[in-house]
Design a protein around this ligand. Structure first.
Ligand code: C5P
Length: 304
């Protein structure tokens, strides 16, 4: 039996500017995404019947929270395969096996990335030959950040985050990711944003952030990391303030809540800082894990 294995990267938002709530229930965004080396793995194989199934496996490096991933038609990777099959007019059954490493409900788009990887893997296994652009159109209907996860690297996201302009970025950056023991719901964080910020300005990307990326200047990048959802995440999870403080006091260039949280991400000067900082961050309240990783990384890619 053949299978296709696809790497599904996590993302962070180096800048996340949130504008007004639109009539469709989404917020207008201007965000700078970066894909990270931290990744799930999605294996796609065909079945003899017409079912689409998913199993989730967390091995030695996998996160325990994988038990929170839905295993039915609500799973975004299953929906991705269903959508692709129906658009392509095929009914062949598909098994998905997801090895979970990206924190679940952590603001790092793990579910969206699994869906992007499922699109890439099912496209190959079913022999459809769709282009990445064609897959990206389906991706936007699955979730606002799914198109970026197909793309990877660094990209500016506008609209509700689904319209991607690639950014050429030089060099790599080192990060520590602090995983919280309990996730946060993205819609609840946006609702809290609306409560705290009833009349937000139109969203924008800070030119200083882009120029720090162009110059591969980690220190300047650290000065210009922003997240408009951070106040809402801190309001729902006050202990995150302490997590951010511990990382910065221990020598990180900067710390921000990742997307809608509660994962916190710290930018490091270089890898030499990682060990000491990791030890200090383990003492942070609600910390379930500390992961040393790098970005940018490629989007959903076939690895076997
Ligand atoms: O697009 P996605 O399914 O990931 O969005 C999940 C939820 O996050 C939406 O239902 C909405 O509540 C919120 N959201 C938003 N504005 C965006 C993206 C997401 O309000 N641009």
């Amino acid at each position: 039996m053949t299978s296709t294995t696809v790497r599904a990267p996590a993302k962070i938002n180096l800048g996340l500017s949130v504008g007004p709530l639109r009539d469709d229930g989404f917020h207008e965004l201007a965000t700078v995404y970066m894909a990270l080396d931290l990744h799930d793995t999605v294996r796609v194989s065909l079945r003899d019947d017409d079912q689409v199934t998913v199993a989730v496996h967390a091995d030695a490096d996998g996160r325990a929270e994988s038990t929170a991933v839905p295993l039915d038609a609500d799973n975004l990777a299953v929906r991705a395969v269903e959508m692709l099959r129906s658009a392509a007019g095929v009914t062949t059954g598909v098994d998905l096996m997801i090895r979970k490493v990206i924190p679940v409900a952590g603001g790092m788009a793990g579910g969206s990335s699994d869906a992007a990887a499922a699109l890439v893997g099912a496209n190959a296994e079913l022999g459809l030959g769709w282009s990445r652009e064609a897959l990206a159109e389906l991706a936007a209907d699955l979730g606002s950040d799914v198109p970026f996860l197909l793309h990877g690297g660094v990209g500016i996201g506008t609209g509700r985050g689904e319209q991607i302009s690639p950014v050429l970025s030089r060099g790599r950056y080192a990060f520590l990711v602090v995983v919280a023991s309990e996730g946060l719901s993205t819609p609840e964080v946006y609702a809290e944003f609306d409560r705290l910020e009833p009349d937000p300005a139109p969203p924008h990307v800070a030119p200083e952030l882009m120029s720090a990326l162009r110059g591969h200047d980690a220190e300047r990048l650290g000065e210009h990391l922003t997240n408009d959802l951070e106040a809402a995440a801190l309001s729902l999870r006050p202990e995150l303030d302490r997590v951010l403080q511990i990382g910065v006091d221990a020598g990180a260039l900067a710390g921000i809540v990742s997307g809608s949280g509660p994962t916190c991400v710290f930018l490091l000067e270089d890898d030499a800082d990682a060990q000491q900082l990791t030890a200090e961050l383990w003492s942070a309240p609600g910390c379930a894990d500390v992961i040393h990783t790098h970005g940018p990384a490629s989007g959903a890619r076939i690895i076997a």
